[in-house]
Design a protein around this ligand. Sequence first.
Ligand code: ZN
Length: 137
Amino acid sequence: MTFTERRCCECGEGTIKLLTKAGRRRAYKQFAALEVPAELAIPTCDHCGAEWYNDEHADAFDAAVAALHGRLLAEAQEDPSRVAKHPVRLRWSVEDAAWIAEVPSLPGCMADGRTEAEALEAAHKAIATWIEVANER
Ligand SMILES: [Zn+2]
């Protein structure tokens, strides 16, 4: 991976440097905010914190999260008859300090967890419960 430090176009003051950092998140496919692996270096402004992905880094990101994404997808496909029909939207909530899993196709169906996988698993249980309750009506 080649990288040249340069001035940040966002703030015009900082310098773009390759940074590794824990706790970064980024939208990926149907996931609203996947955790970026801490060891993945991403060009980041040392002044305003803007992240500058180019194709090379986007590829590295894709490769780094592909395994996680694959695992989440595999879990989502455990029971295709009911779970795959209901996409789960994951987002990090600063307020709750937890991952919030929302199921837009099922009103009021939500779950949370400390990790994406945990939130997704909880969402699957919530989906199952939601459908069971709906069927009883
Ligand atoms: Zn900047």
